[in-house]
Unconditional design. Structure first.
Length: 372
């Protein structure tokens, strides 16, 4: 359990945020300047609130009313930053060992060999940071944080400085931390795809305040059609089961009660469950089952709600056969021309190439790396 209630006033910014959430991976999500990093620093002890209370699993780190402020080195918070911040004159082995200086002698921690295996850095132990790729440096930085036996891991936009390929390399390792170590993670990001894949709970921030809190499917589905950046943040979650792979084209087909979902890349095997996140701006609706299109994913359902703003856009939510819901941005003109209304049978179309591989996750098993 992570309990946070703090106020911090600066000259041009005021943080006044409250949330209390269970373990797992908690994503702090919002635009730049919304307060994500400030909350991470307050948890780690790098900032002090004007007033507030912070507790991790019942252990109080900050309580201004009771004059409690646990020092940084005693908070048991593992920190991972954008650039890794490895010590350049030390080898990977020595960088990892550096984290052990901060581990309590009398408390159990993850065995070093398990951390090295978990992050796949065994072959890098004698290398220096300058010879590592960006993804390798971040894996070592995560390992150093784990060697300190933290009670919570705070990751401040750990993938922001990496290219798309390196991001895909790191995401499965963070999933393993979440699933295999059961270590609470506070994950700071403004990337919808990363949060959709990793988070068990999302705390959405704007101007220093919490504006939404809950499971990713609920938080990201709550965006309303008002144009601007929000139009890219309405996200739906679909779960299908591995049906077959098409090796010659590098594709995976998932079965879903509403139809088949076609994914670029290779995901799963057997009867594995796969969850994908789909942005509403990548969904098209049809009132008849289409033919002769390049779109491969066609899912049957009925319109559940239509929410229209003041502008030309609207957000339609479709309940698919099987219970999943998918949202689509479309124009109010299209709604009128198609005669869309609540209860109308429709087909939701999703282009395979629009599905971001960062937002695809295997459920109930070790995550697979796309294309491997």
């Amino acid at each position: 359990m992570i309990s946070f209630s703090c106020r911090l006033a600066r000259e041009r910014f005021v943080l006044d945020a409250n949330f209390s959430i269970p373990g797992g991976c908690v994503a702090l999500f919002g635009a730049s300047g919304s307060g994500k990093t400030t909350i991470a620093k307050l948890i780690a002890g790098l900032e002090r609130p004007d007033r507030g209370h912070i507790a991790i699993d019942g252990r109080v780190l900050v309580d201004t009313a009771a004059a409690i402020d646990v020092p940084v080195h005693k908070r048991r918070v593992g920190l991972v930053f954008q650039d890794g911040q490895l010590l350049p004159h030390l080898s990977v082995r020595q960088n990892l060992a550096y984290g052990r200086y901060f581990a309590p002698k009398d408390e159990p921690s993850v065995p070093p060999e398990a951390v090295i295996d978990l992050l796949g850095v065994g072959h890098l132990l004698d290398a220096r940071p300058a010879t590592l790729s960006g993804g390798e440096r971040q894996r070592v930085a995560i390992g150093r944080a784990l060697f300190a036996a933290p009670r919570v891991l705070v990751m401040d936009e750990p993938l922001a400085s990496l290219d798309a390929e390196r991001k895909l390399e790191i995401l499965p390792f963070i999933e393993r931390l979440r699933d295999e170590l059961a270590l609470p993670i506070v994950y700071v990001s403004h990337a919808v795809e990363e949060v959709a894949r990793l988070a068990t709970v999302v705390v959405r921030l704007s101007d220093g305040r919490v504006i939404a809190e809950g499971p990713p499917a609920e938080v990201f589905a709550s965006a309303l059609p008002g144009g601007g950046s929000d139009q890219l943040e309405a996200v739906s979650f679909l779960t299908g089961k591995y049906l077959r792979g098409i090796a010659e084209f590098g594709m995976t087909i998932l079965s879903h009660p509403a139809g088949e979902i076609t994914l670029p890349g290779r995901y799963g095997s057997g009867n594995a469950a796969v969850r994908i996140a789909v942005q509403a701006s990548d969904v098209t609706l049809a009132i008849e089952k289409p033919h002769g299109l390049s779109v491969r994913t066609v899912l049957k359902g009925h319109v559940r709600t239509i929410a229209a703003g003041d502008g030309p856009s609207a957000l339609a939510t479709v309940e698919l056969l099987g219970g999943d819901r998918i949202s689509a941005y479309l124009t109010r003109l299209a709604i009128a021309d198609l005669g869309l209304s609540e209860g109308r049978e429709v087909y939701a179309l999703v282009k395979s190439v629009s599905i971001d591989p960062r937002a695809v996750a295997l459920l109930g098993s070790r995550p697979a790396q796309p294309g491997r």
